[in-house]
Write a protein of this length. Structure first.
Length: 259
């Protein structure tokens, strides 16, 4: 069992930077992300074809690394959250969090008694198949997990204060594409309604001392995101990074062919 680097960085008042994986859940992806400087890596199960066995293998390959593996589950319920933790995730991103009840389900599903309801199985993937004092293991696990509430709907924004204030919620994240769609302005990140929604979530986070994170598709957007008060950054994802790098490279190769 290892310390949650993502949580440690946030506790130190610094901004962690990570990335998300939609397609390339290989045994090498965690090492490549760490070599690139990522503090955490998110394995996306909501919008990919990943099953738990695939994610389990990818997480296992991060066991000797500092990078923090996080799983975005398909939906926020006990079965998905607890299972993702048992296969080795150090935190969960719960999608479509809209109410305090949703937030409580997320926070309590990934923690053991007395902080939650997660079922106990020791000597398996999440604790490196090791022995040890059960009470110490459970306490360490509770201290190192991270519950991330993804606020990405109009209802979620309206209930942001009660979501963020829920005991055990460590951070909120803005799901900008779903949020703009829910607001009736798909992909319009300059619309006043989107800025108002972000400000509402940000105010709730600041009020309750919680960090708010957001994906940055392009590095040029980083300063604006920091200026807006965001304290955690997810930089792009494997599909977009690969597509852009491949497209740029092929375009350059073809430029020589056309000479």
């Amino acid at each position: 069992m290892k310390t949650n680097k993502l949580k440690a960085i946030l506790d130190a008042g610094k901004v962690p930077v990570g990335t998300v994986v939609f397609e390339f859940a290989t045994t090498g992806i965690g090492q490549m992300a760490e070599n690139a400087g990522a503090d955490f890596i998110v394995f996306e199960m909501e919008h990919s074809g990943f099953d738990f066995e695939t994610v389990k293998t990818a997480i296992a390959a991060t066991r000797g690394l500092e990078i923090t593996p996080i799983v975005r589950v398909p939906t926020t319920n006990y079965e998905y959250c607890a299972k993702a933790m048992d296969i080795g995730a150090q935190g969960i991103i719960g999608p479509m969090i809209e109410t305090r009840q949703d937030a409580e389900t997320l926070a309590r599903s990934i923690r053991y008694h007395p902080d939650g309801v997660r079922g106990v199985a020791l000597g398996i993937a999440h604790d490196n198949y090791s022995g040890g004092n059960p009470a110490q293991k459970l306490a360490f696990a509770n201290a190192n997990v991270m519950a991330n509430a993804l606020i990405e709907t109009k209802t979620g924004v309206e209930n942001a204060d009660e979501i963020v204030s829920t005991p055990g919620i460590d951070a909120a994240w803005i799901g900008q594409f779903d949020l703009t769609t829910s607001l009736g302005i798909p992909g319009d990140f300059e619309h006043p309604d989107f800025h108002k929604a972000v400000a509402t979530v940000m105010a709730a986070c600041q009020k309750h001392g919680k960090v708010c994170g957001m994906m940055v598709p392009d590095p040029s957007e980083t300063q604006a995101v920091l200026d807006a008060g965001f304290g955690a950054i997810m930089y792009s994802g494997d599909v977009w990074l690969y597509g852009k790098a491949l497209g740029d490279g092929i375009a350059e190769v073809r430029s020589h062919l056309d000479q």
